[in-house]
Design a protein around this ligand. Structure first.
Ligand SMILES: Nc1ncnc2c1ncn2[C@@H]1O[C@H](COP(=O)(O)OP(=O)(O)OP(=O)(O)O)[C@@H](O)[C@H]1O
Ligand SMILES: [Mg+2]
Length: 277
């Protein structure tokens, strides 16, 4: 449970790989969108996936979370092939995510939005819910406490009964992270969590990612904000046109000529400075 400990739990497991992506490819009919992508994710580390627009980053996250099935290759979670699993099955295995575009339900309260992410873990059945059996009430109480704790964990000090339209864009992004954390993930994938945020809000996202890694959550970060990526990542996979063109520490990747060329090709000279940590 991520909220309990502040220390890096089980340091000795930090080098253990929890996910192995092996020869992953994806086609939608035309040319491949992903081609022979392989890498490993280590427990409690922050792995960023970067690359120009259209490189295939979100498609990769969609495969890792079961939304798309790979055309070739496999994704192993703790050594077992998870490529064929559906999103809810992966969530039950501890894989959770946020989306590039906000998926907040504006007709529900802040707390209900968080609890949507908990839904999978509530053991009580439909009938018990209707009859308001004690087991259901206990689960409900626990879920409400959890929602409050998660909102605090992501730094959202708002009335949980509010509708999300009362929140700023930066707060909504954090609400989505709280929802993703509600199913107590061991692997959390964040698709552009800092997009549209100001530098202060981005810094808070950085601290949040660091706290998650401290508590042994493995984080996959897809992000265009190079300052955030270079400051928070243990390892970076760089993609371009569906290929992995580089992988390594922020320092290694920032000096890689193929990476610099990919960013220059995509965005012009200004980006060169932004790849540098
Ligand atoms: N469902 C789909 N059907 C057809 N093509 C798709 C589909 N999903 C993604 N693509 C294509 O795959 C390529 C990679 O898209 P993807 O969204 O993964 O890129 P990205 O790296 O996340 O880009 P961005 O940084 O802009 O978010 C694009 O050419 C996109 O048009
Ligand atoms: Mg994307």
């Amino acid at each position: 449970m991520i909220l309990v400990s502040g220390k890096k739990a089980a340091q000795q497991h930090h080098t253990a790989s929890i996910v192995q992506v092996d020869g992953l490819g994806k086609k939608f009919g035309g040319p491949p969108v992903l081609n022979d992508i392989s890498f490993k994710l280590q427990r409690g580390q922050v792995h960023s996936i970067i690359g120009p627009n259209g490189a295939g980053k979100t498609t990769l996250l969609n495969i890792l979370t079961g939304i798309y099935k790979p055309t070739t290759g496999h994704v192993l979670l703790h050594g077992s092939d998870m490529s064929a699993l559906e999103p809810h099955q992966l969530a039950a295995c501890g894989v959770s995510r946020t989306f590039q575009n906000l998926k907040v339900c504006f007709n529900m309260s802040v707390q209900e939005n968080v609890l949507l992410g908990r839904h999978l873990h509530l053991q009580t059945g439909f009938l018990a819910g209707i009859l308001r059996l004690p087991s259901m009430q206990k689960n409900e109480e626990e879920a409400h406490t959890l929602a409050r704790e998660l909102l605090e964990f992501v730094g959202l000090r708002v009335d949980a009964a509010l509708r999300p339209d009362a929140l700023s864009y930066g707060a909504l992004k954090r609400l989505e992270i709280a929802r993703a954390l509600a199913c107590d993930p061991q692997l959390l994938l964040l698709d552009e969590p800092a997009a549209g945020l100001n530098p202060q809000e981005t810094m808070e996202i950085k601290k949040l990612i660091e706290r998650l890694a401290e508590q042994s959550v493995t984080v996959v970060l897809v992000e265009h904000d190079m300052k955030l990526v270079m400051g928070v990542s243990d390892n970076i996979v760089v993609m371009n046109y569906g290929q992995k063109i580089a992988e390594g520490s922020p320092e290694t990747v920032a000096q890689n000529p193929d990476v610099i060329a990919a960013y220059l090709g995509a965005h012009g000279k200004q980006e060169k400075a932004e790849v540098t940590p």
